[in-house]
Write a protein that binds this ligand. Structure first.
Ligand SMILES: [Zn+2]
Length: 81
Protein backbone atom coordinates (compact mmCIF):
# COMPACT_ATOMS: atom_id res chain seq x y z
CA UNK A 1 0.00 0.00 0.00
CA UNK A 2 1.03 3.60 -0.44
CA UNK A 3 1.20 5.36 2.89
CA UNK A 4 0.71 9.11 2.75
CA UNK A 5 1.38 11.29 5.75
CA UNK A 6 1.38 14.99 6.31
CA UNK A 7 4.21 16.29 8.43
CA UNK A 8 2.61 17.66 11.58
CA UNK A 9 5.26 20.36 11.76
CA UNK A 10 5.63 21.81 8.23
CA UNK A 11 2.47 20.36 6.64
CA UNK A 12 4.23 18.86 3.61
CA UNK A 13 2.89 15.54 2.34
CA UNK A 14 5.02 12.47 1.86
CA UNK A 15 4.11 9.17 0.21
CA UNK A 16 5.96 5.92 0.22
CA UNK A 17 5.09 2.39 -0.84
CA UNK A 18 5.25 -0.28 1.85
CA UNK A 19 4.38 -3.97 1.91
CA UNK A 20 0.82 -4.30 3.23
CA UNK A 21 1.69 -7.11 5.57
CA UNK A 22 4.48 -5.12 7.22
CA UNK A 23 2.36 -2.01 7.68
CA UNK A 24 -0.30 -4.13 9.40
CA UNK A 25 2.28 -5.67 11.70
CA UNK A 26 3.25 -2.21 12.91
CA UNK A 27 -0.17 -0.58 13.03
CA UNK A 28 -2.32 -3.49 14.17
CA UNK A 29 0.06 -5.66 16.12
CA UNK A 30 2.23 -2.94 17.57
CA UNK A 31 5.49 -4.45 16.42
CA UNK A 32 8.50 -2.18 16.60
CA UNK A 33 9.07 -0.22 13.42
CA UNK A 34 12.79 -0.86 13.50
CA UNK A 35 12.17 -4.63 13.65
CA UNK A 36 9.67 -4.65 10.78
CA UNK A 37 11.51 -2.12 8.58
CA UNK A 38 15.18 -2.43 9.48
CA UNK A 39 16.12 -1.00 6.06
CA UNK A 40 14.09 2.16 6.53
CA UNK A 41 15.93 5.32 7.54
CA UNK A 42 15.28 6.74 10.99
CA UNK A 43 13.73 9.80 9.34
CA UNK A 44 11.21 7.69 7.42
CA UNK A 45 10.34 5.62 10.48
CA UNK A 46 9.56 8.75 12.44
CA UNK A 47 7.64 10.34 9.60
CA UNK A 48 5.48 7.40 8.54
CA UNK A 49 4.96 5.39 11.70
CA UNK A 50 5.95 7.27 14.82
CA UNK A 51 5.63 11.01 15.09
CA UNK A 52 4.58 12.18 11.60
CA UNK A 53 7.42 14.68 11.62
CA UNK A 54 9.73 14.77 8.59
CA UNK A 55 13.50 14.62 8.68
CA UNK A 56 13.93 18.31 7.84
CA UNK A 57 11.72 19.32 10.74
CA UNK A 58 13.49 16.95 13.09
CA UNK A 59 16.77 18.63 12.19
CA UNK A 60 15.19 22.01 12.81
CA UNK A 61 13.67 20.99 16.15
CA UNK A 62 16.85 19.28 17.22
CA UNK A 63 18.99 22.30 16.29
CA UNK A 64 16.75 24.57 18.31
CA UNK A 65 17.06 22.26 21.29
CA UNK A 66 20.83 22.27 21.07
CA UNK A 67 20.94 26.05 20.81
CA UNK A 68 18.65 26.40 23.81
CA UNK A 69 20.82 24.06 25.81
CA UNK A 70 23.99 25.91 24.92
CA UNK A 71 22.37 29.21 25.86
CA UNK A 72 21.16 27.74 29.12
CA UNK A 73 24.50 26.34 30.11
CA UNK A 74 26.15 29.67 29.30
CA UNK A 75 23.72 31.36 31.68
CA UNK A 76 24.39 28.79 34.34
CA UNK A 77 28.08 29.37 33.90
CA UNK A 78 27.63 33.13 34.29
CA UNK A 79 25.50 32.62 37.43
CA UNK A 80 28.06 30.42 39.05
CA UNK A 81 30.73 33.10 38.92
ZN1 LIG B 1 8.18 18.69 8.16
Amino acid sequence: MIVTVKCSHCGREFSKKFEDEKVLRVLLHGELVQDVFPELSADDRELFFISQICGDCWDEIFDEDIENKIELSAEEFADSK
